[in-house]
Ligand binder design. Structure first.
Ligand SMILES: CC(C)(COP(=O)(O)OP(=O)(O)OC[C@H]1O[C@@H](n2cnc3c(N)ncnc32)[C@H](O)[C@@H]1OP(=O)(O)O)[C@@H](O)C(=O)NCCC(=O)NCCS
Length: 165
């Protein structure tokens, strides 16, 4: 069955929540907060891009993009995440399709760039790279990566939307 990538629409919310919960269950880097983060981003008006992967009637993937702020005042930057694919549907390119569509939408809306916190082995295929000038305190620095879309490379500490806590 083919997979369609499309924006979230009314009525998807509980399926997205279940999917995100299932995808992160048991992953070592998760504290189980990801479904709440997606819901809080939506409630706060910070779910700038919310894409689902639909297979038949099932939602099997989701990617969220939300605005971030950067200490140097750079505007138009977003954060990618959480990204989730149903455990039984992983490694079939669904995550990549969601991320690529989201990056294309960021280009369309004239975004300056996007950051992501995650495994460089996965995200560098989309053009994300670590820049020591851009910091997210806490995790190992190389896990924080950025993709410049338009304009220059920003500097300083990055702050995610309040939903991330
Ligand atoms: C990360 C995730 C979204 C990727 O989705 P996916 O549909 O399985 O990914 P794709 O099919 O597009 O890509 C698969 C490729 O990515 C690699 N990959 C998948 N997850 C990876 C990870 N966490 N770290 C490194 N590589 C990873 C696979 O090895 C595979 O590479 P290969 O094709 O060279 O073998 C999915 O594995 C998932 O939901 N994981 C649990 C939640 C999570 O950790 N999300 C990311 C943090 S926000």
């Amino acid at each position: 069955m083919s997979v369609t990538i499309r924006p979230e629409r009314a009525g998807d919310q509980s399926a997205i929540r279940n999917l995100v919960s299932a995808a992160f269950a048991g992953t070592p880097h998760s504290d189980g907060s990801e479904p709440d983060i997606v819901d809080a981003l939506r409630a706060d008006g910070d779910l700038a891009i919310s894409l689902v992967a639909q297979e038949g009637l099932d939602i099997v993937g989701h990617a969220a993009f939300s605005p971030v702020s950067i200490a140097d005042g750079s505007a138009g930057w977003y954060g990618l995440g959480p990204v989730a694919v149903a455990p039984e549907r992983q490694r079939r390119g669904i995550g990549a399709a969601l991320i690529e569509r989201g990056i294309a939408m960021l280009h369309e809306r004239g975004a300056a760039g996007c950051v992501v916190l995650g495994d460089p082995a996965y995200y560098n295929r989309f053009g994300f790279a670590h820049d020591p000038a851009l910091a997210y305190p806490g995790p190992p620095p190389e896990y924080f990566q950025r993709l410049v879309i338009g304009g220059g490379a920003p500097r300083g500490i990055v702050t995610y939307a309040p939903a991330f806590g």
